[in-house]
Ligand binder design. Structure first.
Ligand code: ARG
Length: 464
C-alpha cells in the first residue's frame, strides 16, 4: 500500500514521504467541503484586506490575492476548477490554485491564520445562510397555511384525541395550530442565527496570534456582529451547527406530524382533503390509485435530520479543547440535513398551497361520533344547574341511548332525553349542531371562527 509521493506542499516540511493512499482517503474532505468554496473565498478576501490595512502584508499583495481569489471563485462556479484529493480540503485547494494564478503573494495569505479558524469561519457562514433559508422556507409555509385557514375559517371538522372523534373544530383552527408550531420553529432559527453570528476568524490555530490583526474589521466584512471572545472556543465550538440541527429536527418533527395527517386525510376512508396531481403519484399496477408520496416522504425525512443531529452530538461529545480532526466529520451531516430540510419545507408548502379541503366530508365527519356530547354536558351545567360531573354522567347515558338506537344525539326526542333527566328542555337542540359547538368556543385560543380570524389577522400583521 505504500506510495512514494512527495510530501504535502502546504505542511510537508518535516515529512520525508507523502501519505499512504488510505491515509489520503481518510484524511481528505475535499469531496464534500467544496461546498464551502464561496464562504472560504469570502473569508480569505476579508482576511487579506485586513492584513493590508494593518500593514502586515502590502496593499499590492493584498490586491493580487483578492483579485486572484475572485478568479478562483469564477473557475469553481464555471466547473472548470480541478479539485485535488492530495490537497485535502477546500482551503488548501483554493490556496494552491491561487498560487498558480498569482504566484508568490499567495503564500502571504495564510499569515496570522490557521485552517482551524478558517474552517470554523467558513462553516459558520454556511450554516448562517442555511438558517436564513430555513427562515424563508418557514415563512412561505406559514403563508400557505394562513391562506388555507382563511378560506376555511368556518368549515367544521372533527377534532381528535387518540385519533378518536373528540369535539368539532374548524379547519382554520387546525391549520392555525401548525402556524403556531412553524412560527416557533422560525423563532428557533432566528435565535440560533443571532447566537452564531460571531466571527471565529483571527483565533488562528487556537491561541490567537502575535500579529497585530483587527478582528473587528474581518468580523464586520463578513457580516458578523462581533469577533468571538475566546480563541480556544472559537476554533472548537460547533454548537452553532448543533443548534441549527436541533431547530431543523424540531421542524422536521412538526412537518412529519402534519404529513401524517395529510396521508390520513387524503385516504379513501377519510376524504378530508384532495392533494393535487402535482404533489401525488400513481401506482404502476393499480390504475385507480393516487398516492400521497410527497407527504409520506416528508413524514420520513426526520430520520435523516435527527440522524445528523445524533451524529454530530456524538462526534463532539468528549472532544478535548481545542481543534481535533474529528471535527472534520461535522460537515456532511449538516449539509445533508440542511438540503433535506429545505426540500421538505418546499414540498410541504407546495402541497399545502395546492390541496383542496372537502368541506362536506369534513362537516359530515364532524357531526359523527357524538362530537357535541361535551356541548350537551355544558348545557346541562349552564341551563339545568347540574354539577359538571353529574352532567357528564347524564350525557353518557344519552350517548349510550343514541348508540343503542343507531342515531345521533340530535335525533333523540325530547321525551327520550327527559327520561334520562327531566330538566332537559327544547333549548338543548341548539347546542347539538357542530356549527353551534364551534361558534360557542370563544375562549382565547379556542376554535370559534371569530377567534380563528383574529389569529389569522395577527399572524398576517406579524409577517408583514
Ligand atoms: N478540513 C479540515 C476540517 O474540516 C480543516 C481544518 C484542518 N485543520 C487542521 N489542523 N488539520 O476540519
Amino acid at each position: 500500500m505504500s506510495d512514494t509521493k512527495s510530501a504535502n506542499a502546504m505542511w510537508g516540511g518535516r515529512f520525508a514521504s507523502g501519505p499512504d493512499a488510505i491515509m489520503e482517503a481518510i484524511n481528505a474532505s475535499i469531496g464534500f467541503d467544496k461546498r464551502l468554496a464561496a464562504q472560504d473565498i469570502a473569508g480569505s478576501r476579508a482576511h487579506a484586506a485586513m492584513l493590508a490595512a494593518q500593514g502586515i502584508i502590502s496593499d499590492k499583495d493584498a490586491e493580487a490575492i483578492r483579485e486572484g481569489l475572485l478568479t478562483v471563485l469564477s473557475e469553481i462556479k464555471a466547473g472548470t476548477f480541478q479539485f485535488s484529493t492530495a490537497l485535502e480540503d477546500i482551503h488548501m485547494n483554493i490556496e494552491a490554485r491561487l498560487k498558480e494564478i498569482i504566484g508568490e503573494p499567495a503564500g502571504r495569505l495564510h499569515t496570522a491564520r490557521s485552517r482551524n479558524d478558517q474552517v470554523a469561519t467558513d462553516f459558520r457562514l454556511w450554516v448562517r445562510d442555511q438558517a436564513d433559508a430555513a427562515i424563508g422556507g418557514l415563512e412561505a409555509l406559514i403563508r400557505a397555511l394562513l391562506d388555507q385557514a382563511e378560506a376555511g375559517a368556518d368549515w367544521v371538522m372533527p377534532g381528535f384525541t387518540h385519533l378518536q372523534t373528540a369535539q368539532p373544530v374548524t379547519w382554520g383552527h387546525h391549520m392555525m395550530a401548525y402556524v403556531e408550531m412553524f412560527a416557533r420553529d422560525l423563532g428557533r432559527f432566528t435565535d440560533a442565527r443571532a447566537r452564531m453570528n460571531e466571527s471565529p476568524l483571527g483565533a488562528a490555530a487556537l491561541a490567537g496570534t502575535g500579529f497585530d490583526i483587527d478582528r473587528d474589521m474581518t468580523a464586520k466584512a463578513l457580516g458578523f456582529d462581533r469577533p468571538m471572545a475566546n480563541s480556544l472556543d472559537a476554533v472548537s465550538d460547533r454548537d452553532f451547527a448543533l443548534e441549527f440541527l436541533a431547530a431543523a429536527s424540531i421542524t422536521a418533527m412538526h412537518l412529519s406530524r402534519f404529513a401524517e395527517e395529510l396521508v390520513i386525510w387524503s385516504s379513501a376512508q377519510f376524504r378530508f382533503v384532495t392533494l393535487s396531481d402535482r404533489f401525488s403519484t400513481g401506482s404502476s399496477i393499480m390504475p385507480q390509485k393516487k398516492n400521497p408520496d410527497a407527504a409520506e416522504l416528508i413524514r420520513a425525512k426526520i430520520g435523516r435530520i435527527l440522524g445528523a443531529t445524533m451524529a454530530l452530538f456524538t462526534v463532539m461529545k468528549g472532544l478535548p479543547l481545542a481543534y481535533s480532526k474529528d471535527m472534520q466529520e461535522d460537515k456532511e451531516q449538516v449539509f445533508d440535513a440542511a438540503d433535506t430540510l429545505m426540500l421538505a419545507l418546499a414540498a410541504m408548502t407546495g402541497m399545502v398551497s395546492d390541496m383542496t379541503a372537502n368541506g362536506e366530508n369534513l362537516e359530515a365527519a364532524a357531526a359523527s361520533g357524538f362530537s357535541t356530547a361535551t356541548d350537551l354536558a355544558d348545557w346541562l351545567v349552564r341551563e339545568a344547574g347540574l354539577p359538571f360531573r353529574d352532567a357528564h354522567h347524564v350525557t353518557g347515558a344519552l350517548v349510550a341511548m343514541a348508540e343503542a338506537k343507531g342515531c345521533d344525539l340530535a335525533d333523540l326526542s325530547l321525551g327520550e332525553m327527559q327520561e334520562v333527566n327531566a330538566a332537559i328542555t327544547e333549548g338543548v337542540y341548539d347546542v347539538l349542531t357542530v356549527q353551534a359547538s364551534v361558534a360557542s368556543r370563544m375562549s382565547y385560543g379556542g376554535t370559534a371562527p371569530a377567534r380563528v380570524r383574529e389569529q389569522i389577522a395577527r399572524w398576517r400583521e406579524a409577517l408583514g
